[in-house]
Design a protein around this ligand. Structure first.
Ligand code: TRP
Ligand code: SF4
Length: 402
C-alpha cells in the first residue's frame, strides 16, 4: 500500500488491571514498536461504552488502572503518544462524517457484530452505538492516517473493514474535477526519466495487476523531493485508480509475540477467570501455578507424561532457557521429575519478571498527577494530528464556510 505513512496506532478497551496475557500478547510488542515508529496508543473508552452503557461507573477506574499498568511495563510517554479516546473529540466527528457513506450491510456482516450479541445475551446490544463499533474504530485509525495497526486475530476484520471505508471515502471525495490533467502535469514535474518509469509501472499494475510494479512505483514516489505533497498524493492515487488518496488504507500488523495461555490452558482472559494479574501478589502467583492442571496421564509421580499435553509447557516456552526446556522434556517423559519441580522455575521467572513492574505500579499509584499529565499531554499531541486530517476531510466534503 501507499508507503506515505508508517505511523502505528492501537487502542485497548479499558478492562481494568492487566494480566500476563496482555503483557506477552500485546504490550511487549507495543514496547518494541515504540522504538521503531511514531506510535499512538490510546484507551478506547467510547468503545467500552458500546457494551457498558448501563454500567459506566467501572470505566473510569479501569482507565486509570490500565494506563498505570501500561506505564509500569515500559510503554514510554516520551516515545509514544498516550491518550484517552474521549479526550480527542475529533475521532467522534470523523466517525459521524464517515457514517454518512457507510452502508448498513457492511456493518451488519462483520463477524464480531453477531458473535458478541450472542455471547453477551443478557445485554441488549441491538443498539446504534454497538453496530457502529467498527466504524468508530475506523475513525480512530484514519484520523491519524496510521499505516500499521498492531492487533490480535480477532481484530483483523475491523482493519479490513477500515480499508474498505477508506477506499470508499477516497473514491467519493478524492475526485477532483480535473484530476486526470493534474496527475499528468504532476508526472511531468518528476523529470523525463522518472516520468517514463512511473508511466510504465502504472501501466503494468493497472493492466496486468502486477503488485511488484505497484510497490516499485510507490518507492519511486517516496524518493521524489521536487514535487509538492499534493502532487505526490495525486500520483499515489493515480497509480491505483482515478482518485486522490485522502485517507490511506491501513494494514493489520499481526502480533508475533508468544501466545500466553491461562492457568487452565485456555486463552488467558478475565472472563475465564484464569489470569495472573500484573499486580498479583507473590503468594497468589505461587498458589495459582502450583495448582495448575498438568498432563492427566501423570496420576502418580512415577507415571511418564508429555509436555505437549500439559498446560504448564507453554509457560516454559515463554520463560525458560533451552537447557531448562530439555530438562523438562526428558524429566517429564521419563518420569524423572515431579510436576512441582517442573513448575518451580516458572514461579521464579514470573516473580522476577513482575517484581520491578509491581514497584513501578506502586510509584505511579502514589503519583496520580504524573499519570494525569501524561494523558493530557498525549491528548494535546493527538489533537494536533487529528485536526489536520479533519480539516482535509471537511474540505473535500464541502464543509468549509469561509
Ligand atoms: N476494538 C479494539 C479491541 O477491542 C480496540 C480498538 C479501538 C482499536 N479502536 C482501535 C484497536 C483502533 C486498534 C485500532 O481490542
Ligand atoms: Fe506438565 Fe511439567 Fe508435569 Fe510434565 S512434568 S506434566 S510438563 S508440569
Amino acid at each position: 500500500m501507499s508507503s506515505l505513512s508508517q505511523r502505528v496506532l492501537s487502542g485497548m478497551r479499558p478492562t481494568g488491571q492487566l494480566h500476563l496475557g496482555h503483557l506477552h500478547g500485546v504490550l511487549k510488542n507495543w514496547i518494541k514498536l515504540q522504538h521503531e515508529y511514531e506510535c499512538y496508543f490510546f484507551v478506547a473508552d467510547w468503545h467500552a461504552l458500546t457494551t457498558e452503557y448501563d454500567n459506566t461507573k467501572i470505566i473510569a477506574q479501569s482507565v486509570w488502572d490500565m494506563v498505570v499498568d501500561w506505564l509500569a511495563v515500559g510503554i514510554n510517554s516520551g516515545e509514544a503518544t498516550l491518550f484517552i479516546q474521549s479526550q480527542v473529540q475529533e475521532h467522534a466527528e470523523l466517525h459521524l462524517l464517515l457514517s454518512m457513506s457507510t452502508p448498513l450491510s457492511w456493518l451488519e456482516r462483520i463477524p464480531s457484530y453477531k458473535d458478541q450479541q450472542q455471547k453477551l445475551q443478557n445485554k441488549d446490544l441491538s443498539t446504534y452505538g454497538f453496530l457502529g463499533y467498527p466504524l468508530l474504530q475506523s475513525a480512530d485509525i484514519l484520523i491519524y492516517k496510521a499505516g500499521l495497526i498492531p492487533v490480535g486475530e480477532d481484530q483483523v476484520a475491523h482493519v479490513e473493514f477500515t480499508r474498505e471505508i477508506a477506499r470508499r471515502f477516497n473514491h467519493i471525495y478524492g475526485r477532483e474535477a480535473d484530476f486526470e490533467q493534474k496527475a499528468k502535469d504532476a508526472i511531468r514535474k518528476m523529470g523525463k526519466k522518472n516520468a517514463k518509469l512511473y508511466k510504465e509501472l502504472r501501466k503494468r499494475h493497472q493492466e496486468k495487476g502486477d503488485t511488484e510494479a505497484l510497490k516499485t512505483a510507490q518507492a519511486l514516489l517516496d524518493e521524489q523531493h521536487n514535487i509538492s505533497l499534493g502532487d505526490k498524493k495525486r500520483l499515489f492515487g493515480y497509480l491505483e485508480g482515478k482518485s486522490k488518496t485522502i485517507l490511506p488504507e491501513p494494514e493489520a500488523l499481526l502480533t508475533e509475540t508468544a501466545k500466553m495461555p491461562g492457568i487452565d490452558g485456555q486463552k488467558m482472559s478475565k472472563s475465564y477467570k484464569n489470569t495472573i494479574a500484573l499486580r498479583e501478589s507473590p503468594a497468589s502467583i505461587e498458589q495459582k501455578i502450583r495448582t495448575m492442571p498438568t498432563d492427566t496421564a501423570r496420576v502418580r509421580r512415577t507415571d511418564p507424561g508429555d509436555p505437549k499435553k500439559c498446560p504448564v509447557w507453554p509457560f516454559h516456552e515463554i520463560y525458560s532457557t533451552d537447557e531448562l526446556k530439555t530438562w523438562v522434556q526428558n524429566g517429564c517423559r521419563n518420569a524423572e521429575i515431579g510436576c512441582i519441580d517442573c513448575k518451580q522455575p516458572i514461579i521464579e521467572s514470573i516473580l522476577t519478571e513482575l517484581a520491578p513492574i509491581q514497584e513501578r505500579i506502586k510509584t505511579y499509584i502514589e503519583e496520580p498527577e504524573t499519570v494525569r499529565r501524561i494523558l493530557i499531554e498525549g491528548a494535546e499531541k493527538a489533537r494536533v494530528t487529528s485536526r489536520a486530517t479533519l480539516e482535509e476531510v471537511r474540505q473535500v466534503m464541502g464543509l468549509t464556510y469561509r
